[in-house]
Write a protein that binds this ligand. Structure first.
Ligand code: F6R
Length: 615
């Protein structure tokens, strides 16, 4: 949610910043802007719309060259996506420029105070107050880092701020509270960004910035302090992605690349989780086995697609580990005063590790004395840092806004945690656990097989491009899969799409069914609880009798559903609980192709951003 880049070094700052912004455009694309201290002054350009508009502006009206610069790509919160509201924001003298991600909650009060002191604010944003406050403090301290510390102490809310000043042309200053910011350290140069993807082409040496810290970047070094001025410990790490992993790799869209990468992402997430005896060894889970044996309730908090992974995890936790499990959208969690204690294990699932709703839910859980385990894809991000333990998924960078490979790896991580709980509590025999681990190890190959048979799904999607509504039905773990299929279609194809538990249909939603309405049905394996399979076959008959066009996702060899399917999509035979790993893939392909057929932007759907760092 908003992408920020800062650079100081010896290259053209504009080139580095614009390339970085391109990598961060997934975080927001309502407007973009840059600022460069040069020739004793400060030059800035900003434009509403995508980065392309800013590129055009810079070609038509080039900025002076400089080796220090900042840039921003925006997902609008306060104020419409206009040129005026685009970042950077400058003070009235045009000497300081600031970019911001997050929300400054007390901006109205600060704005009124500034107006009283004669400042003229030109935009509707909360950010602009920071530029004016920095200018005031700098006029006293003549030190941008100190000015930033003083200003940050007066701000409420969540923010990442990055600023430059015309009087300190070799300095970039950043600050963070509840919002992401990473530092990249190169030879005679340094970078700041919301995400390492922005500077990975230049350096893989990164520094985590802690909560309430200010960083000062110069060509010859990086200094980190607390908002109170105390010198902070610097924790650096090596980024194990490379630049190629963040490129499209020959695919038209990042989403297609990421769908294709799923077999590897699943395999990588399984790597190194089992010891020679076949027992699970989740090294990163630092919660002692004795404490896990005491857990009396598991609560999963997550948002969107990650929430759907949590819904599936509930079946695994309850079935394998025999622990009651609740799943809740993180945005609702803390507001209902949930009953938590030291024996509750809270699992926070997040691809980005920066989703504000999930972060706030985990903080609430820790305040109640619960242990929090994060399942996360982004090393060094806030959610794992603030959790008691973390299990990383190894999906690699996910750039497309719609989550695909992260979802499959979240499922794998959830299965591993459920099995691990079963292992430490003795809820399953060692050979039963080994059998599930063997099944999981087969999954990358099975996902690959699904991907090889997707052409009919693409063809079907294209033929439905003119439809207004698609319904999705499922039972058991197929229900969250149906929810995920509907979410993908909504966010990518902008169509009315809803997922239902198939048994709920007759309690109301069946009234929606009319002639030729496409209904996707995720059919549970006939080898599981056969009653479930039989029931869903009846559900398919009920909707077909009312004119629905049925698109049935069923296991290879399941012949009983064939007579009721207008379109039959086969998925490999898997154990019942693992079916979401294969059944979700056709729904991702379906949504991606339908969106393309409708002329939509697949990687950057309207109104969305990849990482939602506001509540
Ligand atoms: C949908 C999607 C979102 C995210 C949600 C949580 O395709 O990507 O629903 O799943 O915003 O994001 P993370 O996992 O980063 O916490």
């Amino acid at each position: 949610m908003c992408g920020i880049v800062g650079y100081v070094g010896s290259r053209s700052a504009l080139d580095v910043v614009m390339a970085g912004l391109k990598r961060l455009e997934y975080r927001g694309y309502d407007s973009a802007g840059v600022a460069v201290p040069a020739d004793g002054g400060l030059a800035a350009a900003k434009k509403a719309g995508k980065l392309l508009n800013l590129e055009k502006e810079l070609t038509e009206r080039p900025l002076p060259a400089g080796t220090t610069g900042i840039g921003h790509t925006r997902w609008a919160t306060h104020g419409a996506p206009t040129d005026d509201n685009a970042h950077p924001h400058l003070d009235n003298a045009g000497r300081v420029a600031v970019v911001h991600n997050g929300i400054i909650e007390n901006f109205a009060v600060l704005r009124a105070e500034l107006a009283e002191r004669g400042h003229e604010l030109l935009s509707e944003t909360d950010t602009e107050v920071v530029a004016h406050l920095l200018a005031e403090e700098f006029s006293v301290t003549a030190d941008l880092a100190e000015a930033m510390r003083l200003v940050c102490r007066r701000l409420e809310g969540a923010f990442t701020l990055v600023a430059v000043h015309a009087d300190e042309p070799g300095v970039v200053v950043g600050a963070r509270r509840n919002s992401p910011l990473v530092v990249g350290v190169g030879e005679g140069e340094a970078f700041l960004a919301s995400d390492v993807a922005a500077f990975i082409a230049h350096t893989r040496s990164a520094i985590e910035l802690g909560q309430d810290q200010v960083v000062e970047l110069r060509r010859d070094g990086v200094t980190v302090t607390g908002f109170d001025g105390s010198v902070a410990d610097v924790r650096s790490y090596h980024v194990d992605w490379d630049a190629a992993a963040a490129e499209k790799g020959g695919h038209d869209y990042f989403m297609l690349k990421e769908i294709a990468e799923q077999p590897k992402a699943v395999a990588d997430t399984l790597l190194g989780r089992v010891d020679a005896s076949g027992a699970l060894t989740l090294d990163e889970v630092r919660i002692p086995a004795a404490e896990l044996r005491e857990v009396d309730k598991v609560v999963i908090v997550a948002c969107g697609t990650a929430f759907h992974a949590g819904l599936i995890a509930k079946y695994a936790v309850e079935h394998w580990a025999r622990i009651p499990c609740e799943v809740e959208p993180a945005s609702e969690f803390r507001y209902r005063d949930p009953i938590l204690g030291s024996r509750s294990l809270v699992i926070a699932v997040s691809q980005s590790g920066e989703t504000m709703d999930t972060l706030m839910a985990l903080r609430h859980a820790r305040e109640q004395g619960s242990k929090v385990l994060a399942i996360c894809n982004t090393n060094g991000s806030t959610i794992p840092r603030e959790s008691d333990a973390v299990l990383y998924t190894h999906a690699g960078p996910e750039v497309a806004v719609a989550s695909t490979k992260a979802f499959l790896t979240q499922l794998v991580a959830c299965y591993l945690v459920a099995l691990y709980l079963a292992q430490v509590r003795g809820a399953k025999w060692a050979d039963e656990i080994r059998a599930v681990v063997r099944d999981l190890a087969r999954m990358p190959g099975e996902v690959e097989r699904v991907l090889e048979t997707m052409e009919p799904v693409r063809e079907l999607a294209r033929s439905l491009a003119g439809k207004d509504t698609v319904l999705f039905l499922g039972r058991h773990v197929g229900h969250p899969v149906a929810l995920e299929g509907a979410l993908k279609l909504k966010e990518l194809a902008y169509m009315h799409a809803e997922g239902f538990a198939a048994g709920e249909l007759k309690h109301g939603p069946i009234a929606l069914v009319e002639e030729d309405l496409p209904v996707v049905v995720v059919v549970p394996s006939p080898r599981g609880r056969s009653v479930l399979h039989d029931k869903i076959v009846s559900n398919i008959q009920e909707i077909r009798a009312r004119g629905a066009r049925t698109i049935v996702i069923a296991e290879e060899g399941d012949e009983t559903v064939a007579p009721y399917a207008d379109h039959l999509v086969r998925v490999p035979v898997t154990p019942v609980l693992l079916q979401p790993l294969v059944a979700t893939v056709p729904l991702q392909v379906f949504a991606c192709e339908l969106a393309t057929a409708r002329g939509n932007e697949v990687d950057q759907p309207r109104n969305l951003a990849k990482s939602v760092t506001v509540e």
